[in-house]
Ligand binder design. Structure first.
Ligand code: ADP
Ligand code: ASP
Ligand code: MG
Length: 441
């Protein structure tokens, strides 16, 4: 059985953790191992890009490069006996990055620069495996992870290229970079922040894997965001749809795009903890039997903007919503939540890049209001439409906090609410305290 294991930034964030990863992938006979960059690297590289974009910021760039050099050098010194090749690779990449202010030109050079974290980390890790006597092959992700001209991943090409490069029958450990890919013009590109999970899912789908494992720094998907809420607990089994919804609405443990490729092919996704490999984690699959609990989990997504359209043209009319949606479509801006009445429509978006043009066009329909700094909170669970009291339970637990929008009934498994971001922490904690008796067990 082909298995694809992905390890995030903390999992490869130090020499000690990289050793743990080596143990895990050899014990589990991983076919392909997908690695993120050592933790903090991508943020650092992006700050270098921002400095280079602003112009003459050489000192700041030099400082960041020095910190990266120290971090990677320490790791290489700790991990490898023969360090020459790794150090040459490191200095080659960092010297070029250090000169970013001079050669920085465009988005193309930016993407090449931020790919360096994954490229370096995977190369060093492959050297570690080889020193330990394993047959390890480093796959260059841009060679197979390709996008089409419209910016989507090219699944057919990925499948063709990967199956030619990987022989699952032997004992070879294939190591590759998450996040990094190639655009249709052949330039280095990426799959967006946190995109290594998506890389792993695509590789698993392309190779017809039996399982895709996402290894991180926590024991699986928790019922609420542990960064904001106390007394959260891991969920042991979850459906693809619930996981996708939670990931989309902010559960950082999983990239929102990582579920679909696995769901399409029925490949289970396992969320595991590198720091505690024996912990059970979360299995995401086609759960058939409901587990009896009404509420399963909560996630929250910040940076949400509401666009409200007041228009009497909607009264008794048809085709109005289509015209509104077409405006968003023209500017390739996805809509997350929507509520309507006879005289108003409220929509939420998280991509504000075209807000001025969108509002400009919408003004033809009526009066437009825009409100920023909102958070969507999504509760998932068994919300069959024949069950009474579900929405009432949710709303009662947060009765003290103002809610701006509610979306219920779109599916049998979720209710979403929009609140001002300033209320997020108490809102999430109240939901946790009232809806999850296990949190107090
Ligand atoms: P990686 O670098 O391994 O990809 P991430 O930082 O992207 O790891 O994701 C793991 C983190 O996600 C956890 O440390 C945790 O703080 C955060 N997180 C947010 N929501 C959840 C949730 N519902 N369950 C588990 N972890 C969550
Ligand atoms: N290193 C990239 C990031 O920090 C991709 C990832 O870790 O998934 O966003
Ligand atoms: Mg992540």
């Amino acid at each position: 059985m082909v298995t694809v294991l992905k390890f995030g930034g903390t999992s490869v964030g130090s020499a000690a953790n990289m050793r743990r990863v080596a143990e895990i992938i050899t014990a589990r006979k991983a076919t392909v191992t997908v690695l993120s960059a050592m933790s903090g690297t991508t943020d650092a590289l992006m700050s270098i890009c921002a400095a280079a974009r602003r112009g003459d910021q050489r000192e700041q760039i030099a400082e960041t490069v020095a910190a990266l050099r120290a971090k990677y050098t320490e790791c290489i010194n700790d991990l490898l006996r023969d360090r020459q090749a790794a150090m040459e690779l490191l200095h080659g990449a960092l010297d070029k990055i250090g000169d970013a202010a001079a050669w920085y030109r465009s988005e193309v050079s930016e993407k090449l620069l931020i790919a360096q974290g994954e490229l370096l980390t995977s190369a060093i890790f492959t050297m570690l495996l080889r020193e330990a006597g394993h047959d390890a092959v480093l796959l260059h992700a841009p060679d197979f992870m390709v996008k089409t001209a419209d910016g989507r991943v090219d699944m057919q090409a990925i499948q063709k290229k990967l199956s030619a490069a990987v022989n699952p029958a032997g004992n070879t450990l294939y190591i590759t970079q998450g996040f990094v890919c190639t655009d249709a013009a052949g330039n280095i590109d990426n799959l967006g922040r946190g995109g290594s999970d998506y890389s792993a899912a695509l590789i698993g789908a392309a190779l017809g894997a039996g399982c895709v494992e996402i290894w991180t720094d926590i024991d699986g998907m928790h019922n609420n965001d542990p960064r904001y809420v106390s007394n959260t607990f891991p969920i042991r089994r979850m459906s693809f749809d619930e996981a996708a919804e939670l990931a989309y609405f902010g559960a950082k443990i999983l990239h929102p795009a990582a579920i679909q490729p696995c769901k399409d092919r029925g490949i289970p996704v396992l969320l595991k903890n590198t720091l505690d490999p024996s912990a059970e984690g979360t299995t995401i699959c086609d759960v058939k039997e409901p587990d009896g609990a009404t509420f399963h989990a909560v996630a929250a997504k910040d940076g949400i903007t509401v666009v409200r359209i007041y228009s009497t043209r909607m009264l008794m009319a048809y085709g109005f919503l289509r015209q509104v949606f077409e405006v968003f479509e023209r500017y390739r801006t996805p809509i997350d939540m929507i509520t309507t009445s006879e005289v108003a429509v409220s929509l939420t978006i998280d991509d504000e890049s075209h807000i001025a043009q969108i509002v400009g066009e919408l003004q033809e329909f009526g009066t437009i209001e825009v409100e920023r700094e909102n958070t969507i909170v999504c509760v998932v669970g068994n919300m069959e439409h024949s069950t009474s009291g579900v929405a009432a339970d949710i709303l009662a637990s947060v009765a003290q906090i103002p809610i701006k929008m509610i979306s219920y009934g779109a599916s049998h498994q979720s209710m979403a609410m929009l609140i001002a971001t300033q209320h997020k922490r108490p809102f999430l904690q109240n939901l946790n305290d009232h809806l999850f008796p296990l949190a107090h067990a």
